[in-house]
Design a protein. Structure first.
Length: 375
């Protein structure tokens, strides 16, 4: 891999003389841009974190210019028929040898990345949304994960309060039933779920949660069927954590005239025809994390061989709090959510997690979920 050295093209004193703030401008001394490859084990258009990753790199390219940073996105598909091509495609990009960093994510790419990072020790990789197995090596892998449990705690609290709010037309305040639609029952989705349940319990001890899993992250038709069944069984506020499959819950919310919280991207903005059913979205700021990592790498300051968790305090996750959110979610509920958010940032509330060294035990996780799960 060729080594890129970066320089500041305008000094602070020159910028001050021009009457503008001192902003670093990256430049390549070999005349070639820093080059990244984004390999998606899915497709763009998921209105979720694959789109977020692509949008982050697009924003970085627009900020720095294509003469400084450029990238290519490879959409490898998400179906079972596509899976056999994921590892060969990753190897093709490694063989190319022209990419400063190759980016991929999710648990489904873990084995392929372990193999590629071992076979190509001089190739750098960024891996997001699943923990890399550093016992297998990985000195050339930067691993970033997100404290989705923190932001889903806020969603759970908002959902539990909304479902008993007598002023909201789309809810039946006589019961306390909210919904959760996951893609697959893996550790990341469980991390969303434990935060969602604990946030709901924090504000409504009588809460019940209808829980369903699609079995994949692309079958929106199945997602819609499962969500419709939840709405028919008393759910009036749901939360989708299922990638493209989760779009089915949003469509079901429209059909049932209920609510569905979005995830990973601002789904109310991305799906304007369904915005009235989406109170807000839990953001997993994949794009922001990739911008941060690549800028650090361009300055030779990104540490490889480590796993980093980014939460509310680090802007790795967040809740969309815009005019749309203010229009749908009553002020008293928003005030509770804002207070809980600050308590998490300050460390006064520590949300249980299913990830990492501090993961809740399987027995404790099961006990908490069973205590609220709608039978």
């Amino acid at each position: 891999m060729k080594k890129k050295m970066l320089a500041i093209t305008l000094t602070a004193s020159m910028l001050m003389g021009l009457g503008v703030a001192a902003v670093p401008v990256y430049a390549e001394d070999d005349g070639e841009p820093y080059k990244a490859a984004l390999l998606l084990n899915g497709t763009l258009g998921d209105k979720s974190f694959f789109d977020s990753a692509n949008e982050g790199l697009t924003a970085l390219q627009e900020e720095l210019g294509e003469d400084v940073f450029t990238f290519k996105v490879e959409q490898m598909g998400a179906t079972s028929a596509d899976e056999s091509n994921w590892e060969p495609t990753l190897y093709d990009y490694c063989d190319d040898g022209s990419y400063d960093v190759i980016i991929c994510g999710t648990y489904q790419m873990l084995d392929a990345l372990i193999n590629a990072s071992t076979d190509y020790p001089d190739q750098k990789f960024i891996y997001f949304d699943e923990a890399f197995d550093f016992s297998a090596g990985g000195e050339n892998v930067y691993n970033v994960m997100y404290k989705e449990n923190e932001v889903s705690y806020l969603v759970g609290a908002a959902a539990a309060l909304m479902t008993i709010d007598e002023d909201l037309e789309k809810v039946d305040p006589s019961n306390s039933i909210i919904g959760f639609l996951g893609g697959m029952e893996n550790s990341v989705i469980k991390d969303f779920l434990i935060g969602y349940v604990e946030g709901a319990l924090a504000v409504n001890e009588d809460i019940q949660v209808a829980i369903a899993y699609v079995g994949d992250f692309y079958d929106s038709a199945s997602g819609k069927d499962l969500a419709l069944a939840q709405y028919q069984n008393g759910v009036d506020v749901g939360f989708n954590v299922a990638g493209s499959a989760g779009l089915g819950q949003i469509e079901a919310a429209g059909d049932a005239d209920k609510y569905a919280f979005g995830v990973d991207s601002d789904q109310a903005a991305l799906l304007p025809d369904y915005a009235e059913y989406i109170p807000t979205s839990a953001l997993k700021n994949v794009g922001n994390s990739l911008i941060r990592a690549i800028k650090l790498d361009m300055e030779d300051e990104l540490e490889y061989g480590v796993l980093e968790y980014l939460g509310l305090a680090e802007d790795g996750v967040d809740l969309v709090e815009d005019e749309h959110y203010e229009e749908i979610v009553p002020e008293d509920i928003r005030e509770v959510v804002a207070d809980l958010k600050q308590q998490i940032i300050d460390g006064d509330i520590v949300v249980d997690t299913t990830l990492g060294d501090n993961a809740i035990s399987t027995e404790d996780f099961d006990a908490i979920i069973e205590s609220v799960q709608l039978k």
